[in-house]
Design a binder for this molecule. Structure first.
Ligand code: ATP
Ligand code: MG
Length: 802
């Protein structure tokens, strides 16, 4: 029975080798980041195939992203001469799709069923609500959508939901109607892919048994992030709980790390690990404790940080890699300075022959990428944004830009078509065709053809054009950022995304467009020598290099004249210049496929990946940890796991940076550095900027009076630097170490640090710090529901709560 040693096992440590060669029974590999879980899972597949224990068709492997699935196939085909195409390796959604196509009759679906993405789903629900005259104030479509998706994630059909009140009954009724509509139209949403394939397996014994016999080995990576339905789906493929009765049954091999569970907000259940061990009677549990990814300064930092979480399953990680470089910490005066420092550091790394693809920039939310992108772009460093589009290519940004273009040029038909029915305003494809026909035969733009379209279509499109005209009129005399605010509000874009289940990120991106405009001064030069001039949050101009630097000379040249007209001196409107800037930054300058490029992504998208050098940016209270999650302990622990994931992506060099000021969502914020800094071992850190002395005067990188004076000019009250005590929050979110020092400034008010206060808009909070005096006095307040904010005391009405 002894299986001959395989060269595949060479180089694995004892535990890894044991995990790879486990007998065909259920197993759980629980191990920390970088311990080789994914490598073990992949090697096990190769080993099972090579030793003839299974054929490619007998493998079902679930990964978390398509990227991970592709990587796994690539690795497998490099280990073994096999055809990986026939193997069932993919994401849950991908595999469910494949399953439903194969069993569409049983699933009662046309084989060509269409998949609704989140946005399509919402449009479908809206249509439905209209048809049945649902009061959308009482039952907002987004809420219905949230309700339906939640039910499906819990495996519930309308008949399974217990409705306790009128409102719940109405929602269930709509859920049922929505199902009928989807069924009639032959479409399925994401949740339905999972649920429908689960039901086919549950209700059809022969099919289920077929797959149970076929898939001898079921392997799941990132098991800690599975939700209830996904777990139930996996159970369908496995033979019933064994109790030693079916040694010929199949084997589920689950791999995970409770410390990296970062999708609770989408229903992920770490509890699935314990359930799995119990329900599957798992006899083989292996822990991997050797980390092969990171140097010990990085690993110790990760271990120390995560030790602040409670309810952990408990694992140790060690490394033989040596201390390596210290973790470098940088404090910038502005987000621009932060990005600029990062770019300079990257250039130095590049000089030391670090490939750009081994440099990654991680951030907590997508909107943060814009400043980084601009800095990289201006430095001529190619970059690629993962798990999301580059800022100016994101759908919501393109929609907003389309409105802006139409303000500049009503005859821009592409932009017209992009937004004529977005947000949806009931203009159908037929009406648009009619309009296009008229425009074609009259040889004019869509805008100019509107008056010739008759009937209901004419009225609806006419209203859209009228709206544009009003916006154009109102925008006269406005600054660029005011125009953009006007457009994103009055186009309906913000309302549209705000109501969407996962639209928060898009709203933030739209607000970020306002930030972009505020820092935008103009464009100089022509073509590839064009330079976008920008200023940082304090109004300081930033040095910028030509866009062409470092780029492939074969890139298309922008022909538009960007300089003032030589005769008349006329220059582009700020809006036109800004749109040009947007065009410059999108499209062709994206790193070519295969080109060595810096990697940009959110921490969520970085799960499972690794890089030599990692920059974690925006390490500030309210950003990371995110303000939405700071008020409760579970939220904070999830943020800490996210930070753990971020740190453990780095092999050799880790950089953490934060900034004193940041322009985000159209506002300048003064953030304190993240509490996570206090949870890292001091011995592993190297502060690149002096830490501020207690209650000190501004110190630190490139700071100094000049910029702040400048700030006074641009922003009114001077952004006095925060006191130097580090945020030092304890678990309840109370600041510690407050009030031990600093004379209270004279402000003529009785608001003081440590005090509970009430604010009309932000509700209850606690004062963290007071800065400045007289008219300049400002308070930093941590609000229970809105996170940390700086408020000018002369304006903000704060009522002390006894
Ligand atoms: P994560 O939790 O981040 O998903 P992981 O546990 O899946 O991490 P892997 O990505 O499989 O870890 O491995 C981390 C790195 O360590 C990879 O570069 C991998 O090739 C390497 N590695 C794993 N095991 C060994 C080993 N025995 N010898 C040398 N390198 C190894
Ligand atoms: Mg992994």
């Amino acid at each position: 029975d002894h299986v001959a040693p395989s060269p595949l096992l060479a180089g694995l440590n004892t535990e890894q080798g044991a995990a790879v060669t486990l007998p065909p029974e259920h197993a759980l590999i629980l191990a920390g980041a970088g311990s080789g879980k994914t490598r073990v899972l992949t090697t096990r597949i190769a080993w099972l195939l090579q030793t003839g224990q299974v054929t490619p068709g007998g493998i079902l492997a679930v990964t978390f992203t398509n990227k991970a699935a592709k990587e796994m196939m690539t690795r497998l085909s490099s280990m073994l001469p096999i055809n990986v195409r026939g193997m069932w390796i993919g994401t849950f959604h991908g595999l469910c799709n494949r399953f439903l196509r194969a069993h569409h009759k049983l699933a009662n679906l046309p084989q060509t069923f269409q998949i609704l993405d989140t946005q399509d789903q919402l449009s479908a629900i809206k249509r439905l609500c209209k048809q049945f005259n649902v009061d959308d104030e009482r039952y907002p479509p987004k809420q219905i959508q949230y309700f339906i998706s939640g039910c499906k994630e819990d495996g519930q059909r309308p008949g399974d939901v217990v409705a306790r009140d009128e409102e719940a009954r109405k929602k269930v009724e709509l859920y049922a109607l929505y199902e009928e509509q989807c069924q009639r139209e032959g479409v399925v949403d994401f949740g339905e892919l999972m649920l429908r394939s689960f039901e086919v397996l549950r209700d059809n014994d022969p099919v289920r048994e077929h797959y149970q016999r076929r898939f001898r080995h079921i392997l799941i990576d990132e098991f800690q992030d599975t939700n209830r339905l996904q777990y139930a789906w996996i159970k369908m493929f496995s033979t019933p709980p064994l109790e030693g009765l079916t040694p010929a049954g199949n084997a589920v091999f689950a791999v995970g790390d409770d410390d990296q569970s970062i999708y609770a907000f989408r229903g992920a259940r770490v509890g699935n690990m314990a359930d799995f061990v119990r329900e599957f009677n798992v006899r083989h549990q292996i822990k991997l404790e050797q980390n092969y990814r990171s140097c010990s300064n990085i690993l110790d930092s990760a271990n120390e940080l995560i030790s602040h979480n409670s309810h952990r399953l408990g694992k140790n990680l060690r490394t033989d890699a040596g201390a390596g470089e210290p973790v470098r910490v940088f404090e910038a005066t502005s987000d621009f300075a932060e990005a600029q420092w990062m770019v300079d550091e990257m250039k130095q790394l590049a000089r030391k022959d670090v490939p750009k693809a081994e440099m990654a920039v991680l951030y907590r939310s997508n909107a943060q990428s814009r400043v980084v992108e601009t800095a990289l772009f201006n430095a001529g460093l190619p970059y690629r944004v993962y798990g999301g589009l580059r800022f100016f290519e994101r759908a919501e940004i393109k929609h907003a830009l389309a409105y802006l273009r139409l303000l500049e040029n009503p005859n821009d038909d592409t932009s017209f078509l992009r937004v004529v029915n977005f947000p949806p305003r009931g203009i159908g494809a037929r009406s648009i065709e009619q309009l296009q026909d008229v425009a074609r035969s009259a040889g004019c733009s869509l805008h100019d053809a509107v008056s010739a379209v008759t009937g209901r279509a004419g009225v609806a499109i006419g209203a859209f054009v009228a709206k544009l005209d009003v916006l154009r009129e109102r925008s006269e005399g406005m600054t660029l950022s005011e125009i953009i605010e006007l457009v994103i509000d009055h186009s309906g874009l913000v309302d549209h995304y705000r109501a969407e289940r996962e639209g928060q990120d898009r709203v933030e991106n739209l607000e970020e467009l306002v930030s972009a405009a505020k820092s935008f001064v103009g464009i100089e030069g022509f073509g590839r020598d064009a330079v976008a001039r920008t200023v940082d949050a304090s109004g300081q101009p930033l040095t910028q290099s030509p866009a062409s630097q470092g780029f492939d000379a074969s890139l298309p040249v922008l022909d538009e004249p960007l300089a003032p007209d030589a005769d008349t001196g006329e220059t582009m409107s700020p809006l036109a210049a800004f749109l040009t800037h947007a065009a410059l930054e999108s499209g062709d300058n994206q790193a070519q496929a295969g080109q060595d490029a810096v990697q940009l992504m959110t921490v969520h998208a970085a799960k499972g990946l690794e890089f030599d050098c990692v920059f974690i940016t925006g390490m500030e209270e309210g950003l990371f940890p995110h303000e939405n999650s700071m008020s409760d302990r579970d939220g904070l622990e999830e943020e800490r796991r996210l930070m753990y994931v971020a740190i453990t992506r780095a092999r050799k060099r880790l950089y953490l940076s934060h900034s004193q000021t940041r322009m985000l969502h159209g506002q300048t914020r003064y953030n304190m550095k993240s509490r996570f800094f206090d949870e890292l071992p001091e011995a592993c850190l190297k502060w690149l900027t002096p830490q501020q002395p207690a209650w000190g005067v501004p110190s630190g990188a490139g700071g100094g009076g000049g910029q702040w004076q400048n700030g006074r000019r641009s922003f009114g009250a001077p952004p006095v630097l925060q006191p130097a005590w580090s945020p030092g929050f304890n678990e309840k979110g109370d600041p510690k170490g407050l009030g031990q020092t600093a004379p209270e400034p004279d402000r003529g008010t009785d608001i003081r640090a440590g005090q509970a206060v009430f604010h009309n808009k932000f509700g209850e909070g606690k004062v963290l710090a007071i800065e400045g005096a007289g008219a300049d006095a400002r308070a930093q307040v941590s609000f229970t529901r809105h996170g940390v904010k700086w408020l000018a005391l002369s304006v903000a009405k704060l009522t002390p709560i006894p």
